[in-house]
Ligand binder design. Structure first.
Ligand SMILES: Cc1cc2nc3c(=O)[nH]c(=O)nc-3n(C[C@H](O)[C@H](O)[C@H](O)COP(=O)(O)OP(=O)(O)OC[C@H]3O[C@@H](n4cnc5c(N)ncnc54)[C@H](O)[C@@H]3O)c2cc1C
Length: 292
């Protein structure tokens, strides 16, 4: 069991902020994952999984937990018939590559989501009208209590949410795809990525959408923009000029800076629209938004 102590998480998050994990490990198989979870249960240590850290904000003082980042065989993917089987730590990019190579479509929506399939299931990540729920056949979920195989209904996948509890880790997923010509897949992916570039700060360090959209017809970014907060800065963090539901690390940002911007945006939107924004980004460590 390869356990490291006090590993800085800033290099494992796309925004590049956050303190150390008390314990850190990169299990490469389901057995290793189960072993680490059993160890944490024996020690009374809580467990957090991270994928590419593309939707997490880690406390600047770190996390008093065992943080797991799936690697090895748990970061690989292969095709079985018209299904893609991937370890929870496999990136969407690797999965898309394998699917396209086998002439299987249906996962193109994830091309602009810079995460892993484990994080994608946990968040029910989605874009362009499609999400993990649409393709998930089943997930192998590992916890200190054992291993269970669950489908999308069993995970209650809904808009950017699932019922996965703390300490439950998605070790493997099985996705249902459909035959599609690789050239058509490539063309759609290129179009989706170009669309992204036009509307979002894809070349900046961010953690993706800060808040969930309050309604399908009302974007959190639109509401924050109406409050005049584009370009608003706290320390090294700034509300993106390109899309107001993104916070950029403009250099030397801390998680406290990002949290302060979130609090400001939430308070302004509440005051102006009487809407309570719910954060989409997941907090690791004792982070909390002030009450409204
Ligand atoms: C530029 C940019 C664009 C983005 N665009 C989109 C978008 O269009 N749509 C969208 O939905 N999201 C988007 N995101 C957010 C993010 O990419 C997704 O939520 C993604 O699915 C997170 O995956 P991850 O592997 O990075 O998970 P992380 O960010 O590391 O973790 C997210 C959550 O999942 C949990 N988790 C991670 N791995 C596992 C696992 N194996 N088992 C159980 N829980 C796990 C973590 O504990 C945490 O609660 C974007 C982010 C960025 C930076």
């Amino acid at each position: 069991m390869n356990l490291a102590e006090r590993v800085g998480l800033d290099r494992f998050t796309t925004i590049g902020t956050g303190g150390p994990a008390r314990w850190f490990a990169q299990p490469g198989s389901l057995d290793e994952l189960a072993e680490l979870l059993a160890w944490a249960a024996r020690e009374g240590t809580s467990v957090e999984a991270i994928g590419l850290g593309s939707n997490v904000l880690v406390h600047d003082d770190g996390v008093e937990a065992l943080v797991l980042r799936l690697g090895g065989a748990l970061a690989e993917a292969h095709v079985e018939g018209e299904q893609l089987v991937a370890g929870g730590g496999a990136t969407n990019a690797v999965c898309l590559h394998r699917a396209r190579g086998a002439g299987l479509g249906g996962f193109e929506f994830a091309s602009a989501i810079p995460g892993t399939v484990g994080g994608g299931v946990r968040m029910n990540a989605g874009a362009y009208g499609r999400d993990f729920r649409a393709v998930l056949v089943e997930a192998v979920v590992v916890s200190a209590a054992g291993v269970r195989t669950v489908d999308a209904d069993g995970l209650a996948l809904a808009y950017r949410s699932s019922n996965l509890a703390a300490g439950e880790v998605v070790g493997q997923v099985r996705l249902q795809l459909e035959p599609r010509h690789p050239v058509a897949i490539r063309a759609e992916v290129a179009e989706l990525l170009a669309q992204r570039k036009r509307t979002q700060p894809t070349n900046k360090r961010t953690f993706g959408s800060v808040f969930k959209n309050p309604r399908p017809d009302l974007g959190a970014g639109w509401a924050i923009e109406q409050c005049g907060l584009k370009g608003f800065r706290r320390g090294g963090a700034v509300i993106s000029e390109r899309h107001a539901n993104f916070i950029e690390n403009a250099g030397g940002a801390t998680s406290a800076d990002a949290l302060a911007l979130m609090a400001e945006a939430r308070a302004s939107v509440s005051e102006r629209f009487d809407i309570v924004l719910e954060h989409e980004v997941r907090f690791l460590g004792p982070l909390e938004l002030p009450p409204l």
